[in-house]
Design a protein around this ligand. Structure first.
Ligand code: HEC
Length: 155
């Protein structure tokens, strides 16, 4: 009984500290999984816009590319603020996650994979014409793939 109370208190204090640091407490595992999958859907939407340019379905437009990249970095920042990769979200209660345990056992590798994406999308946002866009695009696709291969379960 005493032990349980102490554990409950430690948990309450711990959550309080996280809440103060991040602006609000982390949600349930299901909340976090839903939020990070929504973040990934934003990535997918941006990716589709890039591929359309690549295929010549939509004309290259620097402002549109920059807006799509911004949607990705905004979604990522929101994910960081919500702490969507918190270790408490390795498995959902009702929501299925494609996250691999390596996200938490290889945190440095996971952070590096995010950095690869940031570097690639920054280069894409800096393009000025179709030729430079086409040259910068493969690194973005490689960054998605690179992380998925290591940190996302195959479907
Ligand atoms: C640093 C790692 C990382 C990068 C970079 C990354 N992803 Fe993901 N992605 C994941 C993980 C992990 C999941 C599984 C998340 C889960 O189900 O909890 C995922 C899931 C997804 C999903 C499925 C979302 C759903 O509804 O379940 C899509 C779509 C996706 N990613 C697209 C992309 C695209 C497009 C890019 C590149 C522009 C990208 N991702 C970059 C790690 C990454």
């Amino acid at each position: 009984m005493k032990k349980n109370l102490a554990a409950a208190l430690a948990l309450a204090v711990g959550v309080g500290v996280v809440g103060a640091g991040a602006g609000f407490a982390a949600g349930t595992a299901d909340d976090l999984i839903n939020a990070r999958q929504a973040e990934m859907k934003v990535n997918m939407k941006a990716m589709k816009a890039f591929v359309a340019i690549l295929k010549g379905e939509t004309p290259y437009d620097a402002a549109a590319v920059q807006a799509a990249v911004k949607s990705m970095t905004d979604a990522q920042a929101e994910g960081v603020a919500k702490d969507v990769w918190n270790a408490s979200s390795q498995t959902g209660a009702t929501v299925k996650t494609g996250a691999k345990p390596e996200i938490w056992t290889d945190a440095a590798g996971f952070a590096a994979a995010w950095k690869d994406l940031d570097t690639a999308t920054a280069a894409l946002a800096a393009t000025t014409d179709e030729a430079s866009f086409k040259a910068a695009f493969p690194a973005v696709g490689a960054a998605c793939k690179g992380c998925h291969e290591k940190f996302r379960q195959a479907e």
